[in-house]
Design a protein around this ligand. Structure first.
Ligand SMILES: C[S@@+](CC[C@H](N)C(=O)[O-])C[C@H]1O[C@@H](n2cnc3c(N)ncnc32)[C@H](O)[C@@H]1O
Length: 213
């Protein structure tokens, strides 16, 4: 899954991962993060998720990163906000408005300095968007650039032999492997993924609280 794969998905509007409503799991478990109004939350691989609208409405400052400029343009258009756009690094644009800052580029080139301080991370469909070979590097990079910020993480688990990802199946053992040394990991909910994945493959959606130890 390289940049070309995702850019093509956005160009062809093949964005089945994009929810047409705010993720109810965010609404239900956001309080677990214990954030005050004005806190800065990082949304990696953010697409144009409506979850960003919801966070902004709650007075949260959002900082995201997304490969596709199409996605980010649509996000701001749907927010009804005209961003300032600046070229902040080679191959990295920043779309900026009062409480929302979205980097357009590869998360692996986003530095701690560019990201700035964040109090929490909301990862929905980011870890599971990455193939197994990239995930440990992603987790390590996320820990580094966020200075180990607490996380609300949403994952999917299913029989990977039935269908190919993305989204990829991520197990509890995987999460333990990526994050167990740095965070106390707590499963908040396991629910069956409504309608199954890609034509009905049974899947379980899980929400995790990751608190730095
Ligand atoms: C499965 S989608 C999830 C989007 C969003 N989190 C949501 O819940 O709708 C994954 C997104 O990550 C973006 N992406 C994939 N690899 C990336 C990378 N290395 N850096 C930044 N964005 C990336 C894709 O363009 C895509 O929009």
């Amino acid at each position: 899954m390289d940049a070309q794969f995702w850019n093509m998905k956005w160009q062809k509007n093949q964005i089945g991962f994009h929810l047409s409503a705010v993720n109810p799991l965010l609404v239900k478990y956001f309080p677990v993060l214990g954030l005050q109004e004005g806190a800065r939350v990082f949304v990696p691989l953010c697409g144009k998720t409506l979850d960003i609208h919801w966070l902004l409405q709650r007075g949260i400052n959002v900082v995201g990163v997304e490969l596709s400029q199409i996605a980010v343009e649509q996000l701001f258009s749907e927010l009804g906000i005209t961003p300032q756009i600046s070229h902040i690094a080679p191959n990295m644009l920043c779309f900026q408005a009062e409480n929302v800052n979205i980097f357009v580029g590869d998360i692996f080139t986003l530095s701690r300095k560019l990201l700035g301080n964040v109090q929490a991370i909301y990862d929905r469909a980011a870890l599971v968007a990455l193939p197994p070979a990239m995930r440990a590097t992603y987790a390590e990079h996320l820990l580094d650039i966020s200075s180990k910020a607490k996380q609300l993480l949403v994952t999917l688990e299913y029989d990977q032999t039935c269908i190919a990802g993305p989204p990829f199946s991520v197990t509890q053992q995987d999460i333990q492997q990526y994050y167990g040394a740095e965070y106390a990991i707590r499963c908040l909910e396991n629910t069956s993924f409504s309608g199954g994945l890609k034509g009905g493959t049974p899947a379980t959606e899980s929400v995790w609280s990751l608190q730095p130890e």
